[in-house]
Write a protein that binds this ligand. Structure first.
Ligand code: NAD
Length: 498
């Protein structure tokens, strides 16, 4: 019988009463790994109610204790690093090195979250008036919720609940229904680390369950990562319901290549960042803009990309794995067909690729388009596959203008040996995360993950100081303590001044 994925509600591991279950499949074989429920409305309600109740005691647990529990969690994540990566690789198809990277980037957030006492410090000004002091307190919000995508089932849940709970909130996590086993194992380790079980609730589902979160009066803040249409729905509905929302969405990341760049580095980095994780990364490079003489490097790019071989995650030769589902594969294939129809030159066609021993996998070979223009669907839409669009520009200014006219603003990168070009690029570009000779500039957790424009809706970003602001309120206290009594018949102070 197929294993059923449980949920964590009110401190218990629960098998859903739902009549609706989805198959979770190995994307390299289509074998059903397990089934995941679409939680019932009653189960969702119980999870949120339990998180609300847990908040009443959790918020008063000393911050140092919360930090120590987070250190335990970080230790357990490290101890179970490879085990987590195996669970993750099986359900996403990511090769083992990439799966380990997914886990590790999440561990770094837990590590950072353990520094919470210094991040929750308020500010004080003594003597704002005579013998009057003003100071600020940083306090948690209540029940926060997280809705996460399939492509980083360890890292992205770990962007959210560790930061939220160390701030003193409780959390309801609704992971992607496509790979729920990794986040479930994260939750087990979280409880093992000593956190009260009702501080983190894990529920499963899709649109209906998310809508219940969006419309629930007891949810204070929502963190979302996923596609643009869903992100827009979540941001609009959540903020309409007067909730605090951060929604990280899709991307179209450009790499600009100047002719003075180190050519071998460029070729290697383009191929790796376009095809790694089968292009299913929100920071993948999906457009290369070759400037001036760098236009002549197209054959080298083609040569390197054609060396990138997909394969099963256990095979150390596999550079990347399959796409997550047959639907994702069909979507990428349809976009490639559209690119051809709209007039781009398809120099490498990854459609129809087979991997020996895995005839049913969602494989897609590296695909390379040249002479792409801004009106084409392959330029306008996020492809989310191992597909690189190559464009050309006569100058750095022209490349910057192209990128700034693109609606997305997640990541971008410039390859050059000119400090002046780099300085101009980092200043003028309207993208939130910039790499200089770095193809995928994901910041470490003491910074924040700062997508812009259509790639992010909200104000405060993920992890770092911004996450602490997102998951807390600031209370400002103005206080005085009387040393001397005043005469009984003294005139009352009629002003609002101190
Ligand atoms: P998705 O939008 O399909 O799903 C994300 C989450 O939303 C899942 O938990 C899913 O169950 C839920 N969901 C799906 N449809 C919904 C609906 N109609 N209403 C409410 N909830 C719904 O995204 P995905 O395919 O899982 O992930 C890939 C996308 O995520 C890509 O667009 C990628 O760029 C983006 N992404 C962005 C970042 C970032 O930081 N900007 C990071 C990772 C992934």
């Amino acid at each position: 019988m197929t294993r059923k994925v449980s949920m964590f509600i009110d401190g218990q591991s629960v098998i859903s009463e739902s009549a609706d279950w989805l198959d979770v499949t190995d994307p390299a074989t289509q074998e059903v790994i397990c089934q995941v429920p679409l939680a019932t409305a009653d189960e969702m309600e119980r999870a949120i109610a339990s998180a609300k109740k847990a908040f009443e005691t959790w918020k008063d647990v000393p911050v140092t204790q919360r930090a120590r529990m987070m250190l335990n969690f970080q230790h357990l994540l490290k101890k179970h690093h490879d085990e987590l990566a195996e669970i993750l690789a099986e359900e996403t198809g990511k090769n083992f090195e990439d799966a380990k990277g997914d886990v590790w980037r999440g561990i770094e957030v837990a590590e950072h979250a353990a520094n919470i006492p210094s991040m929750m410090m308020g500010e004080t000004v003594e003597n704002v008036a005579s013998k009057v002091d003003t100071y600020s307190l940083i306090q948690p919000l209540g029940v926060c919720a997280g809705i996460t995508p399939f492509n980083f089932p360890a890292m992205i849940p770990l962007w959210m609940f560790p930061m939220a709970v160390v701030c003193g909130n409780t959390f309801v996590l609704k992971p992607s229904e496509q790979d729920p086993n990794t986040p479930m194992r994260l939750a087990e380790l979280f409880y093992e680390a000593g956190f009260p079980k009702d501080v983190l609730q894990v529920v499963h589902g899709g649109k209906d369950q998310v809508d219940q979160i969006l419309n629930h009066k007891d949810i204070e803040a929502i963190s979302f990562v996923g596609s643009v249409p869903v992100g827009e729905h979540i941001y609009k509905t959540g903020t309409d319901n007067l909730k605090r929302v951060q929604a990280f969405a899709g991307a179209k990341n450009h790499m600009v290549v100047m002719p003075d760049a180190n050519k071998n580095q460029v070729i290697n980095n383009i191929a790796g960042s376009a095809c790694g994780a089968a292009g299913q990364r929100c920071m993948a490079i999906s457009v290369a803009v070759l400037v001036g003489e760098a236009k002549n490097w197209i054959d080298d790019i083609k040569g390197k990309m054609s060396e990138m071989k997909p394969g099963y995650w256990k095979n150390p030769e596999s550079f990347y794995g399959p796409l997550i589902s047959p639907q994702a594969k069909a979507r990428v294939e349809a976009l490639i067909a559209k690119g051809v129809e709209e007039g781009a030159d398809l120099l490498l066609d990854g459609r129809g690729l087979e991997v020996e021993g895995y005839p049913n996998g969602n494989w897609m070979g590296p695909s390379l388009f040249h002479n792409v223009t801004t009106d084409m669907s392959i330029y306008q839409e996020e492809i989310f596959g191992p597909v690189l669009c190559v464009m050309t520009a006569d100058s750095l200014e022209e490349a910057i203008e192209l990128i700034n006219n693109n609606p997305y603003g997640n990541g971008t990168s410039l390859f050059t040996s000119s400090g002046a070009a780099a300085r101009k690029f980092q200043h003028d570009i309207k993208v939130g995360q910039v790499g200089i000779n770095i193809p995928i500039p994901v910041p470490l957790p003491f910074f924040s993950f700062t997508g812009w424009r259509k790639s992010f809706y909200g104000d405060q970003h993920a992890y770092g100081k911004q996450a602490v602001r997102f998951y807390t309120e600031t209370k400002t206290v103005t206080a005085r303590w009387f040393e001397d009594d005043i005469p009984h018949d003294a005139a009352p102070n009629a002003t609002i001044n101190l």
